[in-house]
Design a protein around this ligand. Structure first.
Ligand SMILES: NC(=O)c1ccc[n+]([C@@H]2O[C@H](COP(=O)([O-])OP(=O)(O)OC[C@H]3O[C@@H](n4cnc5c(N)ncnc54)[C@H](O)[C@@H]3O)[C@@H](O)[C@H]2O)c1
Ligand SMILES: O=C(O)C1=N[C@H](C(=O)O)CCC1
Length: 254
């Protein structure tokens, strides 16, 4: 019988962590060897011989977790959001000293969300206006969502490469925040509403027409095929990979 891949889950008591624990336990080729939450210690990961750690913790601790795990030679699949380019750069630099280790940071593991980002980047070259609206449950601590930030970055890169200018906007007077956040020149609006899980709309406008690309995660189970794909593949992708699209052969920013 082939050896099962040994997996640790960080943030194991959280909403995503609990779902990942179940998904790993249900996968015949994976073995859950450690669950760590805020009251635990990261040494449990290496003590248990984990080959891959999955991090669904909180933005304030995830980067430190990744550096510790890289030093221990453990591959990491990160779903925790709140990352910026500086933090990603520090991980990229750190990985130079651990060239066999793979770290995958993916703001969204749902296939439909990954496709939404790819479709939005493609469409944004052809529309004068584009804005992003993300809608989440009110227990979420970061805004805008990691998905919306990645979506906006992909849109901005595609528009810059195609020589498309900024979306027109005559606003000269506003209550602060009314036009949302500026992410790489793209307006991003965050809604927090009880009953929601994770949703995103990309609105694209041209004279006389509008295209809406929308994705809805109704249940955290939607993220599990992507998380398990990341767990199985991360060791084959040494260095830092940002976004699940790179494991799905969809292209985009690395
Ligand atoms: N990439 C994706 O597809 C995706 C999907 C859903 C959520 N998320 C992100 O995942 C993260 C977690 O979301 P959630 O809804 O599960 O949050 P949550 O608050 O339910 O869970 C976070 C858990 O992390 C634990 N934690 C805090 N500090 C820790 C530490 N130092 N070590 C270990 N555990 C620690 C908390 O106790 C908690 O149990 C968020 O950043 C969210 O945006 C990403
Ligand atoms: O529930 C959350 O929190 C989610 N966060 C991610 C984000 O910030 O993009 C992905 C969807 C769920």
């Amino acid at each position: 019988m082939t050896e099962r891949l040994k997996v640790a889950v960080l943030g194991a008591a959280g909403r995503m962590g609990r779902t990942v624990v179940e998904a790993v336990e249900s996968a015949e080729d994976l073995e859950l060897v450690a669950r760590v939450d805020a009251d635990g210690d990261l040494s449990a990961v290496t003590d248990a011989g984990a080959q891959v750690a999955v991090d669904f913790t909180v933005p304030s601790v995830t980067e430190a977790n990744v550096h510790t795990l890289v030093d221990a030679g453990v591959h990491v699949v990160v779903g925790t959001t709140g990352w910026d380019d500086a933090a990603l750069g520090r991980v990229r630099d750190h990985l130079v000293h651990a060239p066999a280790v793979g770290v995958l940071v993916a703001p969204n593991f749902a296939l439909g969300a990954v496709l939404t980002m790819a479709f939005a980047a493609q469409a944004a070259r052809w529309f004068e206006s584009v804005e992003v609206v993300e809608l989440h449950h009110p227990d979420k601590v970061d805004a805008p969502s990691g998905t919306a930030r990645h979506t906006a970055a992909g849109i901005a890169a595609a528009r810059a490469a195609a020589g498309v200018g900024p979306s027109p906007d005559a606003t000269s007077q506003q209550i602060e925040g009314a036009r949302g956040a500026d992410v790489d020149g793209v307006r991003v609006h965050a809604v927090r509403l009880r009953g929601l899980v994770a949703h995103e709309e990309v609105l694209l406008g041209n004279p006389g027409e509008m295209l809406t690309i929308r994705h809805d995660s109704f249940d955290r189970i939607s993220f599990m095929p992507g998380v398990l794909l990341g767990v199985r593949q991360v060791a084959r992708h040494p260095g830092l990979t940002v976004g699940l699209e790179h494991l799905l052969d969809l292209g985009g920013r690395r």
